[in-house]
Design a protein around this ligand. Structure first.
Ligand SMILES: NC(=O)c1ccc[n+]([C@@H]2O[C@H](COP(=O)([O-])OP(=O)(O)OC[C@H]3O[C@@H](n4cnc5c(N)ncnc54)[C@H](O)[C@@H]3O)[C@@H](O)[C@H]2O)c1
Length: 418
């Protein structure tokens, strides 16, 4: 078995942490049990480009239990947990290509290695496998029956491909599932982004001015958690509806050019490019902290920050201090990459349980329906989404009401008024 991980001697620690995550992934556990019996992915070669975390290790075990031959590579150079990568190789015999802090060249060599396994199903977080297949590995496309995509940014890329009719196989948009984005993006990113910031800086949130850029699912999560910890939260947006929602949720809204002057901490979660750029750095306060939790490291214009600076040094793990030409210091966290995965552990297992239940059932859906699916982006079917929510509630010991016959009839009718 081929693999490339940092250090196999970390495997035991990784195994324990993977087991810890598994305890909080009851829905995935149920799916794994069924997969082990029914083998719905028998004979399927599946390559997954995901953050190599304890939760992903449990997903990989589930897919393998279902009969898939799984190969893993990292979906971000900084998000790999080296002990998990080691355990995947040593204990689960899963070909894994991921090293925390890998350079760009190694990152892409790992994506290539995952594609060398000749996948029939791709599983992406950011669409790198799909993009590489469509640009450099067109010869492999006939072997692909479909793919799944985890995140908002990946789906935007894939929908653009489908729109331009260049997408060559069907992809299931896992992020579109309500049991994914309503929970993972909001509560997962909300908590783990703050966790990453605190682990990197040990700053006090109470009394700080926190600027949250983007009031989508992720931004809402970070804003509400920062507010709950006593920060004064400012939101920046480009979408009038989202901006209005943020106003009514009680936040201050203003353009980044104004927020830049007063923020202590800046968090970008837009999926957009250069949301914080040179003109913003110029007016920031001494000691401002800047970070990103959106998918790619393009939200903060780091080259502009480099250009404005006369000195740069690492002052703590994941904290670069830039000294601008006028002597002001700005701190960039985690090289502008997803801070919740760079300096913390990503989302808690309890929320990834639902995201990865969607991934597993998405892969099963592709295998079952391969012949019927067109070359476009599909949402997770609503019955799968609802089933995952139902199982999650059961696992939490929460009961809900059922419609009575009378209520079901009433809701399906139009005749009855007051
Ligand atoms: N850190 C994580 O673990 C994690 C988890 C899930 C998603 N993501 C990523 O986070 C990003 C956001 O995801 P989402 O689900 O919240 O997306 P979303 O589409 O729901 O929200 C993005 C918001 O950003 C706004 N925006 C765009 N350009 C902007 C600009 N220049 N200034 C201010 N606001 C701007 C949009 O109007 C939108 O409201 C994506 O890149 C996604 O892939 C990260």
């Amino acid at each position: 078995m081929n693999y490339d991980v940092a250090n196999l001697s970390l495997a035991e620690k990784g195994k324990l942490r993977i087991e810890w995550a598994e305890r909080n992934m009851p829905v995935l556990r149920l799916i794994k049990k069924r997969f082990a019996k029914e083998k719905p992915l028998q004979g399927v070669r599946l390559s997954a480009c995901l953050h190599i975390t304890t939760e992903t290790a449990n997903l990989a075990a589930t897919l393998k239990a279902g009969g898939a031959e799984v190969t893993l590579c990292a979906s971000n150079p900084l998000s790999t947990q080296d002990d998990v990568a080691a355990s995947l190789v040593k204990h689960q015999q899963i070909a894994t290509f991921a090293i925390k802090g890998e350079d760009r060249e190694t990152y892409y060599s790992h994506i290539k290695a995952a594609l060398d396994a000749r996948p029939m199903i791709t599983m992406d977080d950011g669409a790198d496998l799909v993009s590489e297949l469509h640009s450099k590995r067109k010869n492999q496309i006939p072997e692909i029956i479909g793919g799944t995509e985890e995140t908002t940014t990946g789906i935007i890329r894939l929908k653009a491909m489908a729109e331009k009719k260049v997408l060559k196989f069907p992809v299931i948009a896992v992020n579109d599932a309500m049991t994914k984005h309503l929970f993972d993006n909001r509560y997962g990113t909300g908590q783990s982004t703050i966790d990453g910031i605190l682990r990197a800086t040990n700053m006090l949130m109470a009394g700080s001015v926190v600027v949250v850029s983007g009031y989508g699912w992720c931004g809402r999560g970070v804003a509400i958690r920062a507010k709950g910890m006593g920060a004064h939260v400012i939101v920046t947006e480009v979408d009038p509806l989202r901006a209005l929602e943020a106003v009514m949720d009680g936040y201050q809204i203003m353009p980044m050019a104004d927020a830049a002057k007063i923020g202590d901490l800046f968090v970008t979660l837009t999926g957009d490019i250069h949301v914080i750029h040179g003109e913003h750095f110029k007016v920031m306060k001494e000691g401002a902290i800047v970070c990103n939790s959106g998918h790619f490291n393009v939200e903060i214009d780091i080259p502009a920050l480099e250009k404005l600076s006369k000195r740069k040094r690492t002052v703590r793990d994941f904290v670069e201090e830039y000294t601008l030409n006028d002597g002001k210091r700005i701190h960039l966290l985690g090289e502008g990459r997803l801070i919740n995965l760079a300096s913390a552990e990503g989302h808690p297992a309890m929320v990834m349980d639902m995201s990865f239940a969607n991934q597993s059932l998405g892969a099963e859906f592709i295998k079952k329906n391969a012949k019927k699916l067109e070359k476009k982006v599909y949402s997770i079917p609503m019955d799968i989404d609802k089933e995952i929510a139902r199982l999650k509630l059961i696992s939490m010991g929460i009961k809900v009401d059922q419609l009575t016959k009378e209520q079901a009839k009433y809701l399906a009718s139009w005749e009855m008024g007051t």
